[in-house]
Write a protein that binds this ligand. Structure first.
Ligand SMILES: Cc1cc2nc3c(=O)[nH]c(=O)nc-3n(C[C@H](O)[C@H](O)[C@H](O)COP(=O)(O)OP(=O)(O)OC[C@H]3O[C@@H](n4cnc5c(N)ncnc54)[C@H](O)[C@@H]3O)c2cc1C
Length: 356
């Protein structure tokens, strides 16, 4: 006897940041046909409000910054934390992770966000240099500042290299840690952020001054130098040396587009996965949303834009999967069906079963 079952469309999301969370929330709220969503994130926590990470240094707890947990706890969603997707096999329509999971997909959504850029500054890998992007970054910075103050037995000074809103935010974070900040603008590339701020009617220098933060404007950072212990000791500028005990790199952001690049999916020469207005990449089964996407030659890099994408992409994916007949005859009598090869999750498994 045969029985018809409705096979869920298998949707895999890489990255568990703010935009991925919004995407899944939208997907499960609007899906009218069965779906199964696997979200794989390389941070060891539930998605959180990245824009609020500095709050950890005042009153917030990591739990208070978490986004609505019920989204990833929905019965249609499987959340894999603390694992990283290393490779996409577009032929087999699978992704492979660091923990050697192989997950099949009908639609793949890349929501891998950005790296905090180091601007390729020499010495940016020294002990005492930090990015400013994740809750872990903030916790590491806090631990280092406490330890370093104890070791040196004097007040600390810290440099924030960069400009724009993130540099202002990082300088504020140092103040909350009791570290005296100096913001160092690095390279001509970054003056564009300052120019945008000033065109919008506020002055970068003025904002820093109002917060009691020193500014070294127009300085080319040659390198970050170590002290005798091997930790950060100074920032060397073209014309001077700033003695500092730690450095926060807020030198712009860089899309984490290497998965697409390695799978020969179209990437903009300046970075970011090229997508159309529905988030579709050069492969119709692969989508990109949020900071990693590049729409009409422009990177996204802001939530206002990033949050507009998931709704459109979710609708596009649901529509694409609704259009396909997804009814498969999968069972007849006991033991009649066996997979022809080791298989991953999802409806590709069913395709393999059908082939037997
Ligand atoms: C301190 C701070 C303040 C900010 N303030 C504002 C603001 O006021 N307004 C605004 O518009 N924007 C702000 N932003 C920017 C905003 O946070 C980003 O635009 C937003 O987080 C982008 O979301 P996303 O989901 O695309 O990427 P992300 O939030 O970066 O999430 C991507 C996730 O994917 C994971 N990942 C990457 N590669 C893999 C892989 N191969 N496998 C598994 N997981 C992977 C990453 O670890 C990360 O967890 C701020 C950013 C920071 C750091």
């Amino acid at each position: 006897m045969s029985e018809a079952v409705l096979t869920p469309a298998e949707i895999v999301v890489v990255g568990a940041g703010m935009v991925a969370h919004r995407f899944v929330e939208n997907l499960i709220a609007t899906a009218e046909t069965p779906i199964h969503v696997t979200v794989i994130g390389d941070e060891a926590r539930h998605p959180y409000d990245r824009t609020g990470i500095s709050g950890l240094l005042s009153s917030a707890t990591p739990e208070a910054l978490e986004l609505d947990r019920s989204v990833f706890e929905d019965f249609r969603v499987r959340f894999v934390a603390d694992d990283r997707v290393l490779r996409i096999d577009r032929g087999a329509r699978t992704v492979m992770t660091r923990a050697r999971r192989i997950v099949g997909y009908d639609s793949l959504v890349l929501a891998t966000g950005s790296y905090a850029g180091s601007g390729g500054i020499d010495g940016s890998d020294l002990r005492g240099c930090f990015g400013y992007r994740t809750l872990d970054d903030v916790q590491r910075l806090e631990r280092f500042a406490h330890r370093r103050r104890h070791e040196l037995r004097r007040p600390l000074r810290g440099a924030v290299i960069g400009d724009g809103p993130l540099a202002i935010e990082a300088a504020g974070a140092l103040q909350l840690l009791g570290v005296a900040p100096v913001v160092v603008q690095h390279s001509d590339r970054l003056t564009s952020a300052t120019a945008v701020s000033e065109a919008r009617g506020f002055s970068f220098a003025g904002l820093l001054e109002a917060r009691g933060v020193a500014l070294r404007a127009g300085s080319q950072v040659a390198r970050v130098a170590a002290d005798s212990s091997g930790a950060v000791g100074a920032v060397h500028l073209g014309d001077a040396v700033e003695p500092v005990d730690l450095v926060v790199l807020a030198v712009g952001v860089r899309p984490r587009d290497e998965l697409a690049r390695n799978a020969s999916i179209g990437v903009d020469p300046r970075g970011g996965i090229v997508v159309d207005e529905s988030g579709t990449t050069s492969d119709p089964h692969v989508f990109a949303i949020g900071d990693v996407a590049c729409v009409e030659g422009r990177p996204v890099h802001a939530l206002a834009h990033g949050y507009a994408m998931p709704d459109v992409t979710a609708a596009r994916i649901l529509h694409a999967n609704e259009m396909k007949p997804r009814r498969h005859l999968i069972a007849s009598t006991t033991g009649a069906l066996r997979p022809s090869m080791p298989v991953a999750t999802g409806s590709r498994r069913v395709r393999a079963l059908q082939a037997v």
